[in-house]
Design a protein around this ligand. Structure first.
Ligand code: NAP
Ligand code: FE
Length: 368
């Protein structure tokens, strides 16, 4: 068997009301919490009430920063970091989709490290990083168990990854009831994000035997649950399976990172406003056709665990779930291809795509 290492420091609690039962565990890591959330959904999902009730009951002082937008910018994360500093926070409780979780993780760095962007992204900071408690309300990013915070950088016109082992949340609470309020399209987009994490991790040059095992189970669950999304909102078991698949896929990318597929998707999000999961999903079939050139067996395993005969079957299943409305000009496709082919994710894609390969992946789906 190949050599590998495995690191996963996040203590995960799973199940209905798991958060409310763990006031003491939360108090053991901090006494003053900045709660970082999005604008609306933390209230709609009930997670904010559960958090404030639990913190209050445990004698933890808190303030709420509820101004995180989808695909959060570096500037928003800096504002949250400043709010943490002014409040004298000694921990961050981040609740919501991947956007508030990532902004909360960045705020945990920025609270005590007021440095230039390039220093932060290069890990050149010496101050402490506040401990993070993560409570996901989407089933997709797995950010509650990853060392990544993905932030939008308007100056560089793309997303950047603030990555550090110190960004693994200390505690994560997964309660699928918080995902009940998700609208159908967000349920689908986020589930497809989880799918791409499992698939990319499995096909990455950085895959490991542990990550493979987790990825295969995640894909099996998603192969059952994704087609069901066509006929309405998932039931309790469906919501649990989606959240569990997302958790497993988060464990996968925490080890392997993502690949060129995510690097390509970032451009659709930044320049065309396509939601993160949908952006990746629109490009998944052409990506698999590219990877199949070098790893036919591995791609067959992906399709088998999803219960699909071939890439075309997966493509038509995704076609029902994801709106295809992206129009790229020749120039745009060319520019994005050049950048994505130089991204870190391209280097962990096997076979490694050059700009022409990336261009054909964009063309295959977006110009059809
Ligand atoms: P999101 O951007 O966090 O949320 C999308 C939308 O869903 C928002 O409008 C949000 O509303 C709403 N929403 C969230 N939970 C809801 C609920 N329970 N009920 C109703 N509405 C709800 O979406 P996401 O796909 O979870 O996260 C995407 C971000 O995560 C991207 O920036 C992506 O790059 C990043 N990501 C990070 C990692 C990682 O490892 N760190 C991995 C993959 C992706 P509000 O705005 O009101 O909250
Ligand atoms: Fe993702």
């Amino acid at each position: 068997m190949q050599e590998f290492n495995y690191y996963m420091p996040t203590k995960v609690f799973w199940g209905p009301e798991c958060l409310k039962k763990q006031g003491n565990a939360i108090r053991s890591i901090g006494k003053r919490a900045l709660v970082v959330t999005g604008k609306r959904s933390a209230r709609a999902s009930g997670v904010l009430d559960d958090i404030t009730g639990t913190l209050g009951g445990a004698g933890v002082h808190f303030a709420v920063f509820d101004d995180i937008e989808p695909n959060p910018s570096i500037a928003t994360a800096r504002r949250a970091g400043k709010a943490a500093r002014s409040f004298g926070a000694d921990m961050i409780v981040a609740a919501g989709g991947g956007s508030p979780l990532d902004a909360g993780k960045a705020a945990a760095v920025m609270a005590a490290n007021d440095r230039e962007d390039d220093d932060l992204f290069a890990g050149r900071y010496a101050g402490p990083v506040l401990p993070v408690v993560a409570v996901p309300t989407t089933a997709g990013t797995g950010s509650e168990v990853t060392p990544y915070s993905i932030l939008t950088d308007p100056a560089m016109k793309t997303k950047r990854n603030l990555k550090s082992d110190r960004l693994f949340p200390v505690l994560a609470f997964l309660d699928s009831r918080y995902t009940d309020s998700l609208p159908p399209e967000v349920t689908a987009h986020t589930a497809v994000d989880a799918l791409t994490h499992a698939v990319e991790g499995f096909l990455s040059t950085r895959s490991t035997p542990v990550a493979d095992t987790l990825a295969l189970r995640s894909m099996e669950l998603l192969g059952v649950e994704l087609p069901k999304l066509r006929s309405g909102a998932p039931d309790r078991d469906g919501r649990e399976n989606l959240l569990f698949a997302s958790l497993l896929a988060g464990y996968v990318i925490a080890q392997t990172g993502t690949t060129v597929l995510h690097a390509m998707g970032y451009h659709l999000t930044f320049f065309h406003g396509v939601e993160h999961g949908r952006a990746n999903g629109l490009l998944l079939a052409p990506y698999l056709r590219h990877v199949r050139n070098g790893q036919p067996e591995r791609v067959r395993s992906v399709l088998a665990s999803l219960g699909c005969e071939d890439v075309a079957e997966l493509e038509s299943m995704l076609g029902v779930l994801l709106k295809r409305d992206v129009i790229l000009t020749e120039r745009e496709a060319g520019e994005y291809s050049l950048i994505a082919s130089q991204a870190a994710g391209a280097a962990s894609t096997d076979p490694r795509p050059d700009a022409d390969d990336v261009r054909s992946m964009y063309n295959a789906i977006l110009r059809a």
